[in-house]
Design a protein around this ligand. Structure first.
Ligand code: HH2
Length: 373
């Protein structure tokens, strides 16, 4: 006999927020009429917020019911349908300089290239331009889809670096890689002027760990160059972010920060279709926060943009497994990568490219078989 019980994770939650007391009363009137055991779950977790949890099919029915109601505010109906459509969307394509990343076809791997003397896991290994270029070639041969080049370590407690020194480290590397490698290049910086030089030198994507918050010109620079953008969440600055970070609901607060970041970018002229979001593992988060973010990653899908994540070798993996050396955290990283892909992440930012390409391929194959069975 086969298994009698199957646990599926197909329940989705739509969160309608910013509602008036009248809106909530109306939603209760529309939805809380039946107490059939198979009806979706409705909750009012806090004043002004109404959540509906159920399968995609149940939520579609709820949406139809709401839309048909003569008094239902149009704003609530469209918030409902956009969250549901965003959640279910997976066919993202990001147009870069001479490539299109087809993120719906498979998980993409971003290889980390730290041209720094002090990064937390590989500081000093690729600090010279020659060593950096060689390492990028190696990651390309191992199957990386793009290379993320950073000149400033943003590990907890790190001091900011001058613009001149950051450029001195990364520009020669970007120029050489742009001429030689067929892969798109991303620049990991929160400084608009550094991003501008990097884009001119051949980068096509800006990975901003401040989510556009540290440099007022960043969004405009990206818009002017028609570049792509990763908006990452951070609480505080690298210097102070790990000093007792506190959240009421870590996933909801990060979601709001990322949604606001998307609007800042779009208002400045960045193409919405070129934006990716990242919850910023380790950037102002405790071990428990990082674990909860990973478990609830799918909730960021309602933002309607592809999710990128950087768990690679990070300290929370060392804490769970009691492994102080970052380069010994390969298996822990692999577990996070597989799970993140299952939850809907499209790009993983990693140091160990050869191994994580295989983890991604294997996880993609399992998920494909689940969806086609
Ligand atoms: N993590 C680091 C740096 N940049 N960018 C994004 N989008 N997401 C991340 O999680 C992320 C990032 C930190 O890792 P690393 O570059 O290896 O270390 P360091 O900052 O010490 O150079």
């Amino acid at each position: 006999m086969g298994p009698a019980l199957r646990i599926t994770r197909d329940a989705l939650t739509v969160t309608l927020s910013g509602l008036s007391a009248d809106d909530i009363a109306l939603l209760q009137k529309i939805f809380l009429v039946s107490d059939r055991p198979d009806r979706p779950g409705f909750e009012i977790p806090e004043p002004g917020v109404f959540t509906i949890r159920g399968s995609a099919h149940q939520l579609r029915i709820c949406h139809e019911r709401l839309s048909r109601h003569p008094q239902a505010p149009r704003g609530i109906c469209s918030l409902f349908s956009s969250q549901l459509d965003n959640y279910l969307r997976s066919d993202y394509k990001i147009a870069l300089r001479d490539t299109v990343l087809d993120l719906g076809s498979r998980t993409h791997v971003m290889g980390v290239l730290n041209v720094t003397p002090d990064s937390f896991s590989d500081g000093g290994r690729y600090a010279s331009a020659d060593r950096a270029v060689e390492h990028a070639r190696e990651m390309a041969a191992q199957g990386a889809d793009l290379i993320d080049i950073g000149g400033e370590s943003t590990r907890p407690g790190a001091d900011p670096l001058s613009e001149e020194e950051e450029l001195r480290r990364i520009l020669p590397v970007i120029e050489r890689l742009a001429a030689e490698l067929p892969l798109p290049l991303s620049v990991d910086t929160y400084k608009a002027s550094v991003a501008e030089h990097a884009l001119k030198a051949g980068a096509s994507l800006v990975n901003d760990i401040s989510g556009l918050r540290f440099s007022p010109d960043m969004a405009r620079v990206i818009a002017d160059h028609g570049a792509a953008l990763v908006i990452m969440h951070i609480k505080g600055t690298p210097r102070d972010m790990q000093q007792d970070p506190v959240y009421t609901d870590v996933v909801r607060e990060i979601g709001s920060f990322l949604a606001e970041g998307i609007e800042i970018a779009v208002r400045a002229g960045v193409d919405r279709e070129k934006i990716m979001v990242d919850p910023g593992i380790g950037f102002g988060k405790t071990v428990e926060h990082n674990l909860a973010i990973l478990d609830r990653l799918d909730e960021f899908r309602t933002l309607g943009r592809p999710i990128l994540i950087g768990t690679s070798r990070k300290r929370f993996i060392g804490s769970v497994l009691d492994i102080p050396q970052p380069d010994q955290r390969l298996e822990g990283t692999a577990a996070t990568v597989a799970l993140a892909i299952e939850r809907g992440v499209k790009i993983v930012r990693v140091h160990d490219v050869a191994q994580m390409v295989k983890v991604a391929q294997m996880t993609d194959a399992i998920l494909k078989s689940v969806h086609s069975s």
